[in-house]
Design a binder for this molecule. Structure first.
Ligand code: ATP
Ligand code: MG
Length: 158
């Protein structure tokens, strides 16, 4: 189904913003026009739920979460950036593995099974995209994924 990803992303961010119990600030860096992609809405909702819940879970009191979309030629890149504990370089590729959790002691109190990102990866790849992480320990983490995108012809006519 073709949907405007900007509208879709905003609606999911709104839901987290309205129900959040933590002191975190949300910032959106999104295009002010639509970007149509062909996706399964339920699956992409789960992808974003998993990524955003992690960002909330690992955010410090008073932290900021930044939501962005960049339009490339053939992809859009969707990112969620937090100011949390970060992920050590040597573990960064493993976070997408099933049941993998960086630091058992640290994450035990936060709960979870280590499946969220493995599921997100499976669903993004099923849509023909990629998912990756960049992080600096003690500073924060960005989880990004791409989705195939064809710029609408209307944009070229301007
Ligand atoms: P679940 O999602 O199943 O409830 P989980 O959150 O532990 O459990 P994943 O979402 O797959 O599992 O994440 C795997 C691990 O990657 C986490 O346990 C955590 O160590 C690390 N991680 C994921 N997102 C972040 C983040 N935003 N900041 C710091 N560490 C993260
Ligand atoms: Mg998770």
């Amino acid at each position: 189904e073709w949907i405007d990803f900007i509208f879709f992303y905003n609606r999911i961010i709104d839901r987290f913003e309205m129900t959040k119990q933590q002191n975190v600030t949300f910032e959106r860096k999104l295009p002010d026009h639509s970007a149509f992609v062909e996706i399964d809405e339920d699956k992409l909702t789960q992808v974003l739920d998993n990524i955003i819940s992690n960002a909330m879970k690992y955010s410090p009191e008073g932290g900021r979460i930044t939501f962005s979309i960049e339009e490339k030629d053939e992809f859009i890149v969707v990112s969620v950036t937090d100011q949390g504990v970060g992920i050590p370089k040597e573990n960064i590729d493993q976070i997408f593995e099933r049941f993998y959790r960086v630091d058992k002691a640290r994450t035990r109190k936060l709960g979870g099974t280590g499946l969220g990102l493995a599921i997100a990866q499976e669903m993004v790849e099923a849509h023909g995209g990629d998912i990756w992480a960049t992080s600096t320990e003690g500073k924060g983490t960005t989880i990004s994924f791409s989705l195939p995108y064809v710029r609408s012809e209307e944009d070229d006519w301007e």
